[in-house]
Design a protein around this ligand. Structure first.
Ligand SMILES: Nc1ncnc2c1ncn2[C@@H]1O[C@H](COP(=O)(O)OP(=O)(O)OP(=O)(O)O)[C@@H](O)[C@H]1O
Ligand SMILES: [Mg+2]
Length: 686
């Protein structure tokens, strides 16, 4: 019921009615976001799919999916599900808990001897806890006994206390060791998981990034791994110690008094049932919480990178509204997750008081009727507490485990994504003729596209039967309207995406047979989207060839016409660039990107709109420098400014993914076709 009432209270109403929901709000004027938009936000940023169903986002949900649907929301009557959104993975179960757990345990498997030692320590510290308290029985019986003199009683008491202290100190040492070692083991595992995840992300095809926000991926690195860490750090030890304490306590309870033991244990199934009910809810919302957290992070990441655009189009308020929706969704999930996680302890604690009271009452009666010893009753009531504590702890740990499993599943989900196709066993290594490497086949740089057909998404063909032959050392230009497929051709030559039909050959070798690293290191590329890393100008240029000398860095900068502006920077080549080169102009960023490619000795060069933001004079200068650079390289140039491709050996006109014309500048002008139109601007006259 709590579930339903919470779900019913929609985010907007909540803002006005629930003071908890109003924290940090920009006034009460929060705009309502349409149901469709809400669904889109969750799907787009957190890959959360909403399930259709009673009150869900599907056709079954009255008011759902339609703008203004809020007024028509069902108020959750009998037979009606909670209105609004429902998570597709309602139930929130880790999809395959045992397999995920096994996989997590594999990560700590290599430290198995340390774990065995930890378990031994846990065993000892749990047993010392139990044994220490059992000594209370003779100590108390000694005090109430009439058989000893006072002096003997004091002596026995001191002896008992000393023995207890010795046992407890030993237990404390074991606890210290177990904590230290276990944290080391879990941190070793975490670092391995984190590295595996990062390594995997580096190997994922670009296709993966086309469909996942960076924020969501980052969330897997941070929140999800934190959840896993929490479990590995403490939970495993606690579960083991809880289990031992439980078994030990039950045994000692039977040893102390079997009637009382039965009375106490009879209440256990009830405790366990309540625990599992709460745990189930908690697990469900923990999974959802992690998912929405991914969406929130995704949204933050995108709005931060797009801050300028947001301001230009005055979307600040919309961004705030949308963020508040996501944040509110997170609050709802978190509230529920924390609520169910938090009530577990108190509820179980209170319930266990019942069994405590019961055993104390029955024990008192036994003392009076069957001569049950006072010491026995004291330690038994102690044990009945001991007994419920591990039961509580175990059920509480289940929450941590579920959160960790949900997190681990999201991490493993990325790890299980198909990586870029692996290199075949006999993959060929290639190198440039001028920079030969042992074992690598030198190539001259002939690139042939044979009947290439390709689409990014199934069913949408972007390139159709493209045939291109680029002779070594030639300059090939791709021109054509926006979206024609020019960048796509270069993406394919670099094997960022796998082609469906046709083949691409470099010096007659199918690129699928060439080691991917070797292929890419032999293609220098200036991407259409510039990107610079945090670091100095020098480091950024050297990214193209880490072993380049300082002189080579400067030479490359000169080719790219970047030298003079770099010299003007406060620290010259040692100026630190931050946030994708935010302290540079767009054209300057492009020049650095060109320098980064120019430093490479790769026999194939691809320039995708490399000079689109550079003034025409600088462009001409770059061109002269590049011509020098391109002499022995096969170069692909993509440019909308056609003056830059005039001197190309071959100009290919792409339209809708098909080659419609090709030839030299003069030939194409004489043809009077598409190129002529593009070059002369006559296209509008058509
Ligand atoms: N990652 C992607 N996923 C799906 N479709 C894509 C992707 N990248 C590009 N496309 C689509 O492929 C087509 C060709 O894109 P491409 O980037 O090759 O165009 P282009 O000729 O380089 O255009 P421009 O001159 O604007 O750079 C476009 O219709 C585009 O929408
Ligand atoms: Mg492009």
């Amino acid at each position: 019921m709590t579930d339903r009432t919470m779900e019913e209270t929609r985010s907007v109403e909540r803002v006005e009615t629930d003071p908890a929901g109003g924290r940090g709000r920009i006034g009460e004027k929060r705009k309502e976001i349409s149901e469709e938009r809400k669904e889109i936000l969750l799907r787009r940023y957190g890959n959360i799919k909403m399930a259709a169903g009673p009150g869900g986002m599907g056709p079954g949900g009255p008011g759902a999916g339609k703008p203004g649907g809020a007024g028509r929301r069902r108020q959750g009557g009998p037979g009606g599900g909670p209105p609004g959104m429902r998570f597709a993975m309602a139930g929130g179960k880790p999809k395959n808990a045992s397999a995920t757990m096994k996989r997590l345990l594999d990560y700590i498997g290599k430290d198995k001897y340390k774990i065995l030692f930890v378990l031994a320590c846990v065993l000892i510290s749990s047993l010392t806890g139990l044994g220490g308290s059992y000594i209370l029985r003779p100590v108390i019986n000694n005090l109430v006994s009439a058989d000893y003199t006072t002096q003997e009683k004091v002596h026995n008491l001191m002896l008992g206390i000393l023995v207890m202290a010795g046992i407890y100190i030993f237990g404390v040492i074991c606890t210290y060791l177990q904590q230290r070692i276990m944290i080391r083991v879990s941190q070793n595992a975490l670092v391995k998981i984190r590295e595996d995840l990062f390594r995997k992300i580096q190997r994922l095809p670009l296709k993966y990034h086309d469909t996942h926000t960076h924020g969501d991926i980052m969330s897997r690195f941070t929140n999800d791994l934190d959840a896993v860490g929490e479990m590995l750090n403490h939970t495993m030890v606690q579960i083991f110690s809880g289990t031992i304490t439980l078994i030990g306590t039950v045994t000692l309870m039977f040893v102390t008094n079997w009637i009382l033991a039965v009375v106490t244990i009879v209440t256990t199934p009830f405790l366990a049932y309540v625990g599992s009910l709460i745990g189930k809810q908690s697990r469900k919302y923990f999974t959802q919480q992690q998912q929405v957290l991914g969406a929130v992070n995704g949204y933050i990441e995108e709005t931060m990178t797009g801050q300028k655009v947001i301001k230009v189009f005055c979307h600040e308020e919309t961004a705030i509204d949308e963020f508040e929706f996501l944040s509110d969704e997170l609050r709802k999930r978190q509230m529920k997750a924390q609520f169910f996680g938090g009530i577990m302890g108190p509820v179980m604690g209170n319930l266990s008081q019942v069994s405590y009271a019961l055993s104390a009452a029955v024990g008192g009666v036994l003392c009076l009727t069957v001569n049950f010893d006072i010491g026995g009753l004291t330690i038994f009531t102690n044990y009945s507490r001991h007994f419920s504590r591990p039961v509580n702890e175990l059920s509480m740990q289940m929450n941590v485990i579920y959160a960790a499993l949900a997190g681990a599943e999201r991490v493993f989900e990325v790890m299980d994504e198909a990586p870029e196709a692996p290199d075949p066993a006999n993959a060929i290594e290639i190198c440039s003729e001028v920079d030969r490497k042992p074992g690598a086949r030198p190539i001259r740089g002939e690139v042939v596209l044979k009947d290439v057909t390709f689409g990014y998404v199934p069913g949408v063909t972007v390139l159709r039967h493209v045939n291109v032959t680029a002779k070594p050392g030639r300059k090939i230009a791709f021109v054509g309207s926006t979206g024609a497929g020019k960048t796509t051709v270069t993406n394919l030559i670099n094997r960022f995406y796998e082609i469906e039909e046709g083949e691409i050959l470099i010096d007659g070798i199918n690129i699928k047979k060439i080691k991917k690293d070797s292929l890419r290191s032999n293609i220098a590329m200036v991407l259409q989207d510039t990107h610079l890393f945090s670091g100095t100008v020098r480091e950024n240029i050297r990214y193209g060839r880490p072993d380049a000398t300082d002189d080579e860095v400067i030479a490359a900068a000169k080719v790219a016409c970047a030298h003079s502006f770099i010299e003007r920077l406060p620290e010259g080549y040692d100026t630190v660039l931050e946030g994708d080169g935010a302290n540079l102009s767009q054209g300057e960023r492009q020049l650095l990107n060109i320098a980064r490619a120019a430093i490479s000795k790769a026999p194939i060069l691809i320039l995708d709109e490399a000079t689109s933001s550079v003034d025409t004079r600088t462009e001409r200068l770059i061109q002269q420098g590049m011509d020098q650079l391109m002499k022995n390289r096969t170069t692909f140039v993509i440019a909308h400014r056609l003056s830059t491709v005039r001197n190309a050996d071959l100009i290919i006109v792409l339209e809708n993914g098909e080659i419609i014309e090709q030839g030299t500048h003069e030939e194409l002008l004489a043809l009077g076709g598409r190129y002529y139109q593009l070059y002369t601007g006559a296209i509008e006259l058509d």
